[in-house]
Design a binder for this molecule. Sequence first.
Ligand code: HEC
Ligand code: HEC
Length: 319
Amino acid sequence: MARRALRNTSPRSPACSWQGLTGGALLLASALLRCASAAPPSGWSPPAPDTFPPGPLGEAVRHGHELVVHTDRYRGRFHGNGLTCQSCHLEAGRKAGAIPLWGAWGVYPRFREASGHVDRMTERIQACFRFSMNGVPPAPQSPDMVALESYAFWLARGLPIGEDPPGRRFLELPDPRHQPDRRRGKTIFQSGCSRCHGPAGQGLRTEHGYAFPPLWGSESFNFGASMHQLDVAAAFIYANMNQERGNRLSEQDAWDVAAFVNSHQRPQDPGFTRDVAHTRAQRHSGHRCLYGTWQDGQLLGEGVQPAPSPLPPQHEGRF
Ligand code: HEC
Ligand code: HEC
């Protein structure tokens, strides 16, 4: 199927359906443009869960799926916090607009400003282990890495290679009208998030692992993770944590609650240099993030636990 045809599909995501109704043609056009990337390509869907292929491919895919959904069972091996891949790559990496793993498969290798060079899929996955999982990445040819790549390969079955499919990554939000306000965000958190993520953002831990993942603190993603950037967190939250009937977040609400979530301490940036101010200047300038700023009487990044897998000192990329 031609790529152009895939792009021209109408949006299917419920998160988008109301947006075009409020204004004139321009607004409608921009709403459709922004929404187009929250749905998978028209006429395509990832293979149904539990339809793993037979043979050695099936074994690798099954193991990859297990790693995405139950990453926590591998705690200590390469996993270092209360999250699983699925905490952010929702529905085992299948959900469009929630950084689906099928969206990633066909677009690597690609140049990433974050790393400063052409990344292979392997390196991108390693980055999520190091930053989002606050862990130690598996080696490129290890069975675990091969399994994760096999799983993404299988999910992406039938998608063209070399271009971004609709639904890849997440829907970006426009710039906020007002400076994100963590105090307003706190009120939103208390009314809309804390019943699942806990009053102190600690998540809900059961004997089988976390039923709801932690949002900050030692069990969360570290200061180097993409989710620590306010624009990434706000967009993710707006699209994916916004399902309460009668309690919809506005775009500004999403920015504010993202600012609240990300104004707490969490594990150190693995690229930590000699101090917080230097690390902020080296690695966080130009980002929308609060690392190295004072929030509620604390300097973010000061006195926090070190990352289990620090970047080598010569590493020039960011994350
Ligand atoms: C705390 C949330 C979080 C967790 C947990 C997480 N990731 Fe990610 N991941 C992200 C975000 C956010 C991005 C996209 C960043 C961007 O493109 O701006 C991403 C990007 C990726 C990409 C590239 C996507 C693309 O389209 O380019 C892959 C592949 C990936 N992650 C794999 C994994 C795997 C495998 C795990 C588990 C070991 C994992 N991630 C855990 C947040 C997370
Ligand atoms: C009904 C329960 C529920 C509510 C309410 C909820 N979440 Fe979540 N949230 C989840 C679950 C469950 C996941 C992980 C998805 C999975 O494991 O399948 C998650 C994942 C996340 C993540 C990515 C993983 C992490 O821990 O960093 C963020 C960020 C997040 N939620 C923020 C919020 C914010 C902010 C709100 C309020 C606006 C909110 N959530 C409301 C259940 C909820």
